[in-house]
Design a binder for this molecule. Structure first.
Ligand SMILES: *Cc1c(COP(=O)(O)O)cnc(C)c1O
Length: 397
């Protein structure tokens, strides 16, 4: 997962270019910047890497979600179907846009269950927002079929899955828009940053203008640019973009290393009959940031998580108890504890999130463990992990 593990001269060089010119702003200053366009270059390279027509780099993954929603025309009162296993940013972005999160179950892909999505559709549904969790993709073909059939927008939260693919097509390129995060714990990092990708010209135009106060970015004088609609400021600085540019160029090497490391741990765990693995619709497209697996029941999962932890295995996640990634522990969200009234509060009939019941997701999450895959492991460190897994699994039968 973390690009920050591979940090060095490449990042320093890109940042130094920016410091040498003193142009920290991504727009304008054509003379002074001496040909250095870090955000723009990042966008060009990202579109080439992922095969989308357009990309807009912005200040975070959360802002990428907000920009994508605005650019697709999702706003007050629109229902958007989301999974309960995500990072809380997905629902924050929806509430900020005025939209109403509607939860569907996850299945053994740890992502949205298409059948449950179908059942959650109402006349107010505008969009489905699958979250490609922990490095691998949702059942995107089935979700896209549902969206096409029901004329719903498909907005992918691919924040955790840069470089993952399904049948040779990259996460983020299936929907009307795809969102990425480049925060410090994602596959590549800008320090803070995010991106919206799309192949729709109108969505792209709206995204890049909305993210910069509605600037249409036409002409050569920023002060004279038109403002076709209101926007916000979700810009990224050239400093952050410079870091990300160097990181993005390492993506292939990052994916290769993650996949190799994951395979070794997967083999070790696969020897034990009480373990079954997360379903990944296209295994070859897994970006391999995590190895996620199921135990037979909650009690066994808790015991093994504890065992691995006390045997010195760091980066072992039991999401069912996690404060940030699973709805169960989001009491602030369940009560919609905002600092001020939200558009949500003005709705006539608001869903009561304290009563949301997702038994299938609970059954899956209570048995799920994920091991984070690191880039920096030496062969010895990896071997040590294999030994810990074998010891703990044998003892915990
Ligand atoms: C990290 C993340 C985000 C938000 O990204 P930030 O850059 O931290 O704002 C949104 N969704 C998911 C699934 C994430 O993992």
């Amino acid at each position: 997962m973390p690009g920050f593990e591979w940090f060095g001269d490449e990042e320093r060089k890109e940042v130094q270019d920016v410091l040498d010119t003193g142009v920290l702003f991504r727009y304008g200053f054509d003379q002074a910047r001496k040909g250095h366009w870090k955000a723009r270059t990042f966008e060009e390279e990202l579109t080439k890497r992922l095969g989308s027509r357009y990309a807009h780099l912005c200040s975070s993954g959360t802002s990428a979600l907000g920009i994508a929603l605005a650019a697709c025309g999702v706003g007050a009162g629109d229902e958007v179907i989301v999974p309960p296993f995500t990072f809380v940013a997905s629902v924050e972005a929806l509430l900020t846009a005025g939209a109403v999160p509607v939860f569907a179950e996850i299945d053994q892909t740890l992502c949205l269950d298409p059948q449950s999505v179908r059942a959650a559709i109402t006349p107010r549904t505008r969009a489905v927002m699958p979250v490609h969790m922990c490095g691998a993709m949702a059942r995107i073909d089935e979700l896209k079929t549902i969206c096409d059939e029901k004329k719903l927008l498909l907005i992918e939260d691919a924040c955790q899955s840069l470089g993952a693919s399904h049948a040779g097509k990259f996460a983020g390129t299936f929907g009307h828009a795809g969102c990425f995060s480049f925060d410090p714990v994602k596959t590549v990092t800008c320090g803070e940053g995010g991106a919206v990708i799309t192949s729709d010209q109108e969505i792209y135009f709206q995204a890049q203008a909305y993210a910069d106060h509605g600037h249409d970015h036409i002409g050569t004088d920023r002060g004279l640019e038109g403002h076709p609609f209101l926007g916000m400021n979700y810009r990224i600085s050239e400093m952050n973009a410079a870091v990300g540019l160097a990181q993005l160029r390492k993506l292939n090497a990052i994916l290769g290393t993650q996949r190799a490391h994951k395979q070794i741990l997967k083999q070790a765990l696969g020897q034990f009959p009480q373990v079954s693995f997360r379903v990944i619709p296209d295994e070859a497209g897994d970006s391999a940031t995590f190895l996620s697996f199921f135990l037979e029941d909650e009690d066994q999962a808790r015991r093994i998580a504890r065992g691995l932890g006390s045997a010195g295995m760091d980066g072992c996640f039991y999401w069912y108890d996690n404060n940030w990634h699973y709805l169960r522990k989001w009491d602030h969200f369940k009560q919609i504890k905002s600092l001020a009234s939200l558009p949500f509060h003005l709705r006539q009939a608001c869903p009561d999130y304290s009563k949301v019941h997702l038994p299938q997701s609970d059954r899956i999450m209570s048995r799920t463990l994920s091991l984070q895959i690191k880039l920096s492991w030496t062969p010895e460190a990896l071997q040590k992990r294999v030994e810990i897994i074998e010891k703990v699994m044998k003892e915990a039968k």
